[in-house]
Write a protein that binds this ligand. Structure first.
Ligand code: UD1
Length: 334
């Protein structure tokens, strides 16, 4: 597969840039990154060729696929802020759903063989039982989750109607960054817990709000399955190998199978930083499930994926190292 040309949409963003880096390190020589730089950073693309453009631009996408004989597409480009998707749903359906439809049409018309799609645990909504396996009914409760689920359905139907094979990866809570802090998470106005907590630890924010202390969980705060972005990126490389070896289309959860509470995460960040920071209890945030943890045995079986960073302390240490780099203006964004 290393000689095959690969198109990575959103490859200048947080998760996409980690995958591009791993592809480059693994010896892939024909990596093409398509990113409109609305959220991504040019400096985050450490390998391959960056094309600044949009997945909604059919002429550009089709030309890229044809000219470079793209065989596999890894599709990360999307908006990902859940509260924003609730207040501005059409923005999410436009970029996440309509543009994915456009990208798929270009792939179908130009014979792309393999497609790897960044989906989300948000497709499960508020599941009755956790851990959730891939058979758990999908029932998203926000436009972000719905926009991704609609893309999963398009992929399912296109997969049935054509020779294209795909892997849908449903991410749980992605965190951490490149252990060498060459690239990291620079999303502006971040709402994700570990990003918010590390920004607070370095003094960019006054405090962290805990959204809900009365959940039926171990300490009353929300529980999530935090997966290191390095392990998640590795799952994409394994998914490419799997498809190239003839694997059938499939949908896989990406998590570690165990959860940490908000308080446990905040304790880990304070431990990594060596000092406490201000925490304020707030009411529950609308639409937050009490607990969301992956049943993740399928990805291990199907892809032979083995996590290397299943350690909350390591995840927050890496996230904090990047945040400290940003504060010293040694990284991009921030
Ligand atoms: C959500 C989506 C997930 C998506 C992610 C990225 C759902 C169920 N999950 O994750 O699929 O990939 O957003 O947009 O929609 N918290 C605080 N204080 C904060 C921030 C968060 O207490 O300042 C708490 C939340 O209430 C939650 C946990 O921390 O219990 C994690 O929240 P967050 O990092 O925002 O991610 P999710 O909402 O779980």
């Amino acid at each position: 597969m290393h000689n095959k040309a690969i198109l990575v949409t959103g490859g200048a963003g947080y998760i996409g840039s980690h995958v591009v880096r791993q592809l480059g390190e693994a010896g892939y020589r024909k990596i093409f990154v398509l990113d409109n730089l609305s959220k991504g950073f040019r400096e985050a693309v450490l390998h391959g060729q960056l094309v600044v453009g949009d997945t909604g631009d059919s002429d550009l996408v089709s030309r890229l696929i044809r000219e470079h004989r793209i065989e596999a597409v890894l599709h990360f480009a999307a908006y990902t802020v859940v509260p924003e998707s609730v207040s501005d749903p059409l923005k999410y359906y436009g970029n996440n759903t309509c543009n994915t439809r456009n990208l798929l049409a270009c792939c179908a018309a130009n014979g792309v063989k393999y497609f790897i799609f960044s989906s989300t645990a948000a497709v499960y909504g508020i599941p009755a039982i956790t851990p959730v396996d891939e058979q758990t009914p999908t029932d998203p409760i926000n436009a972000y989750g719905t926009s991704k689920l609609m893309s999963e359905w398009m992929l399912r139907d296109l997969g049935a109607a054509s020779a294209m094979r795909y892997v849908v990866l449903r991410y749980f809570n992605v965190a951490g960054c490149d252990p060498q802090a060459r690239i990291g998470q620079s999303t502006p106005q971040a709402t994700l817990l570990i990003k918010v907590a590390t920004e607070t630890a370095v003094g960019k924010r006054d405090h962290v709000a805990i959204f809900g202390t009365d959940y039926p969980t171990k300490d009353g705060t929300g529980v999530r399955d935090y997966i290191h972005v390095e392990d998640l990126a590795d799952a994409h490389l394994k998914a490419l190998d799997y498809l190239a070896a003839g694997g059938t289309s499939t949908t896989l959860n990406c998590g570690y199978g165990h959860g940490y509470s908000v308080r446990e995460v905040l304790d880990a960040v304070a431990r990594a930083d060596g000092k406490p920071f201000k925490i304020v209890a707030h009411p529950r945030r609308a639409g937050d499930p009490p607990e969301l943890v992956a049943q993740c045995s399928r990805i291990t079986q199907v892809l032979g994926w083995k996590p290397r960073y299943d350690n909350l302390d390591l995840i927050v240490q890496h996230a904090l190292a990047w945040e400290k780099k940003l504060i010293k203006k040694l990284g991009y964004g921030g």
